[in-house]
Design a protein around this ligand. Structure first.
Ligand SMILES: N[C@@H](CCC(=O)N[C@@H](CS)C(=O)NCC(=O)O)C(=O)O
Length: 197
């Protein structure tokens, strides 16, 4: 498998973390999103959506969209529960992450860290929705170690992708004790070094 991605991107890291955790063999092909490489004709031939991550599977077929990719890679593995209802609960969080979390946490991070904006240039509605996403995660994690079932699933990996960088988007995780403990749990399970706040 070839993974096309940029290591600054939580969406791409989700795919890397899933493949690494499952011990899948892959080659990593860097696509610099800040330089616009995902919009270049040669990449658009591979993924007309013009975004990373995208993977070329061993049989040559292509798959894009981070959560579709990790859902595919995790099939029949311990990262996806066998029970159909629990699988749907994982899907529920994958969809929620893309619509109600990533557009706020990840986009604000991109604006601050990569576009060089200041905090007061951020759109307040995006800040508010990011905080709402974190508040919901904090609630969902109450009394639980993982979002679905009793062990880490791709729902955790999908949400960890950008939550680990929330501070770079101007969000303060310190009042969210459940999220902070879960971030450490994910880092340990994925064998990652803690990221300095
Ligand atoms: N919904 C997509 C979002 C992918 C996405 O936004 N990718 C960004 C990097 S995080 C990208 O490729 N940006 C380059 C561009 O839009 O030109 C996914 O989950 O894979």
């Amino acid at each position: 498998m070839i993974i096309y991605g940029d290591l600054i991107s939580g969406n791409c890291l989700k795919v890397k973390y899933t493949a690494d955790f499952l011990g899948l063999a892959y080659a990593w092909h860097d696509v610099d999103v800040v330089k616009g490489e995902a919009r270049k004709p040669e990449f658009l031939t591979l993924n007309p959506m013009g975004q990373v991550p995208a993977v070329v599977l061993d049989d040559g077929r292509v798959l894009a969209q981070s959560n579709a990719i990790i859902r595919y890679l995790a099939r029949d593995s311990k990262l996806l529960p066998a029970d159909a209802y629990l699988q749907a609960k994982v899907d529920e969080l994958l969809f929620w992450e893309q619509y109600s979390h990533e557009p706020y946490i990840a986009v604000n991070r991109f604006h601050l860290k990569y576009l060089g904006k200041s905090k007061d240039q951020l759109e307040q509605w995006r800040v508010d929705r990011g905080n709402a996403a974190l508040a919901l995660m904090e609630k969902l994690l109450s009394g639980r170690e993982w979002f679905v079932g009793q062990r880490m699933t791709i729902a955790d990996i999908a949400l960890f992708g950008y939550t680990q960088f929330a501070n770079e988007g101007g969000f303060d995780l310190s009042p969210h004790r459940n999220i902070s403990a879960w971030v450490k749990r994910c880092q340990a399970a994925l064998n990652l070094k803690a990221i300095a706040a």
